[in-house]
Design a protein around this ligand. Structure first.
Ligand code: HEC
Ligand code: HEC
Length: 359
């Protein structure tokens, strides 16, 4: 009898506990979140157009870290997309060749493979198209495809590595294959396992009450109408200032965003909705990089995109939620790069004219 009573008490207890947990979690919140967002897969997903082989990933890693892809031998992809810093440079706008300041903030490369297109204005359709840009851009690595090819072909270990990575090509050391290898490496730079992803996978305890409150606000206020899907962004384009244009210190008038790509009047000041994954690690914010404080960025979004004045508590709650989007950072072993040879074009150092004038 006692035993039965004990079991009964246990059963009631268990029901009560799960009831309380369910209530505390508000199962609807989880369902609502699962309908709008997706976790980052633990395993590398199959992505159209990307052939992942260990040889290609390794070659891509070399190239990603090799500053000799730049004219000065000072700048690699990792200079501006530092994998020790969440894949960014923590500068308002990037500093490139000859100490020149670029026009936009560097977005992270982490999880970028899930974005619909690359760059703030979406002008590169995928990571391979993207990777050809910075190598050539005057204010970034300032190199030419010819010089890059010459550099890579002058280093026997690179030639061998391209052969292994592109076994079907008779002449594998090309600018296009360089970009493809970098793309393949970048596709491995994922950050699964965040608290939010644990929650999306059904662990109601993965988020605290405060974090859940922030998640609820994020969805109820309408942030997730643009920041949704696997990257909480990266899926489409919207004007910065749907309801109210921010001041020109935050939205500089000369950068008209997607307008430069499509030449369509309705695309003026339209930008790709950025991913909010690892957002805590990647200040300063916006394409102008003018906002260092995440709470301020959230408040600006409220007024500019939704026409709502979020109060301090709401802003803080949303930021508390956003911090649950930080995932496990990819573990990358720093590659030891093969030495150059006599045939390798030597570095060229140029100082921008502003510097020469002593500005
Ligand atoms: C001098 C700094 C600098 C260097 C070097 C650089 N980048 Fe970037 N990267 C940027 C900036 C700034 C942007 C945003 C430019 C824009 O949107 O117009 C960007 C954008 C990107 C994006 C788009 C991400 C997104 O969400 O839209 C990817 C991917 C990327 N870079 C990868 C690379 C790779 C690969 C290399 C090396 C081949 C590289 N970058 C070299 C500064 C740099
Ligand atoms: C109508 C679409 C839309 C809505 C709604 C929206 N955003 Fe955004 N969000 C954007 C766009 C577009 C940008 C890029 C702005 C820029 O820099 O050009 C952005 C940028 C951001 C950034 C900066 C990201 C970075 O890497 O620099 C944060 C943080 C952000 N949004 C959070 C929020 C929050 C929180 C809400 C709700 C209060 C919200 N957004 C609502 C479209 C939207």
């Amino acid at each position: 009898m006692r035993k039965i009573a004990f079991c009964l008490a246990l059963a009631i207890g268990a029901t009560y506990v799960s009831h309380v947990l369910a209530r505390e979690d508000d199962g609807n919140l989880m369902k609502q979140a699962q309908s709008q967002f997706k976790p980052i897969p633990d395993e590398l997903p199959t992505i159209k157009g990307i052939t992942v082989t260990p040889e290609r990933v390794e070659l891509g890693k070399w190239l990603y870290f090799d500053p000799r892809l730049s004219r000065s031998w000072l700048i690699s992809c990792n200079t501006c997309h530092n994998l020790a810093l969440g894949g960014v440079d923590l500068e308002e706008t990037s500093i490139g060749h000859g100490w020149a300041k670029g026009p936009r903030n560097a977005p992270t490369v982490l999880n970028a493979v899930f974005n619909v297109a690359q760059f703030w204005d979406g002008r590169a359709e995928d990571l391979a198209a993207q990777a050809q840009g910075p190598v050539q851009a005057g204010v970034e690595m300032n190199n030419t495809p010819e010089r890059v090819k010459q550099t890579l072909r002058s280093i026997p270990e690179y030639v061998q590595s391209f052969r292994k990575a592109f076994p079907d090509d008779s002449n594998p050391v090309t600018f296009e294959n360089m970009a493809e290898a970098i793309e393949t490496f970048e596709a491995t730079l994922l950050t699964p396992g965040s608290k939010f992803d644990q929650y999306l996978k059904g662990d109601a305890q993965a988020l605290t009450k405060a974090e859940k409150k922030g998640l609820k606000l994020f969805m109820d206020k309408g942030c997730s109408s643009c920041h949704n899907g696997i990257n909480l962004g990266g899926g489409g384009y919207y004007p910065f200032g749907v309801v109210e244009k921010p001041g020109s210190e935050i939205l500089p008038t000369e950068d008209k965003g997607r307008f430069a790509v499509t030449n369509t009047a309705s695309d003026e000041y339209v930008f790709k909705v950025p991913s909010l994954r690892n957002i805590e690690l990647t200040p300063p914010y916006f394409h102008s990089g003018e906002v260092w404080d995440l709470e301020q960025a959230v408040a600006i979004m409220g007024s500019s995109q939704l026409g709502v004045d979020l109060n301090d508590n709401e802003t803080a709650a949303i930021v508390t939620f956003l911090k649950t989007l930080t995932g496990e950072q990819p573990k990358v072993e720093y590659p030891i790069l093969p030495p150059h040879t006599k045939g390798t074009p030597l570095p060229v150092i140029e100082v921008s004219s502003d510097e020469k004038m002593g500005h």
